[in-house]
Design a protein around this ligand. Structure first.
Ligand code: ZN
Length: 141
């Protein structure tokens, strides 16, 4: 499970490098994870990585988002989200037409679901990402 924190860290780095508006970029790069809100309250993974993590939602958000923001911003933010999610956990890219799960590295839920907003389950990846983020900010700012 890729945490919201990880999406924010890498979203900020990419948005600043590409000189895209940071706040809309972070909104779009985290938007697909809204399908996990119900799951957070039920502490059960049922809708997350299905409803907004498929190619149909991807193009729908891309089209609607591009009306209000630049195509480059929405495309980069969404693609970054899907790219990061592809490495950890199950993705239902063809939902609702198929419930086939695409998995590179399986995800096993160890903590209450809300914990994964801040922590993706791999302490080394989280620490390395935070160090990378602060080094990037030191050189960027
Ligand atoms: Zn996601």
């Amino acid at each position: 499970m890729t945490s919201t924190l990880i999406h924010i860290i890498y979203g900020t780095i990419i948005a600043l490098i590409l000189k895209l508006d940071l706040i809309p970029f972070l909104v779009f790069t985290n938007l697909p994870d809204l399908d996990g809100i119900v799951d957070i309250f039920k502490d059960n993974i049922k809708y997350h990585r299905c409803v907004l993590h498929n190619i149909f939602a991807y193009f729908l958000i891309l089209i609607i988002g591009s009306i209000f923001f630049s195509f480059k911003l929405v495309f980069t933010a969404l693609t970054l989200h899907f790219f990061l999610d592809a490495f950890k956990g199950e993705n239902s890219y063809l939902y609702p037409f198929s419930k086939k799960k695409f998995v590179l590295h399986p995800f096993k839920k160890k903590y209450p679901f809300w914990v994964y907003i801040f922590y993706d389950g791999n302490i080394y990846f989280t620490i390395i990402s935070l160090i990378l983020f602060f080094i990037f900010l030191l050189f960027y700012l």
